[in-house]
Design a protein around this ligand. Sequence first.
Ligand code: ZN
Length: 76
Amino acid sequence: MLVKILEIVAIIIAIMWTSGVIYLISKGRIFNWFYHNVMGWHLPTDEPQEFDGCNIHAYCKFCGKEIMQDSQGNWF
Ligand SMILES: [Zn+2]
């Protein structure tokens, strides 16, 4: 009987842990989507970026558009 209860508790903990991880991952994706599509903030890829003497040029990780970094460090 005690073993059965421990088994059920272990399953419940496993389900909670799994759903917590899924929640954290999807939350991160929702934030990325929100910042990119709603706020219009792009994120550069890890590819080498070129500096034209005024702005740093890179390509957006999400939409592939050419983006530039301003003096405040924001990508647009
Ligand atoms: Zn983009």
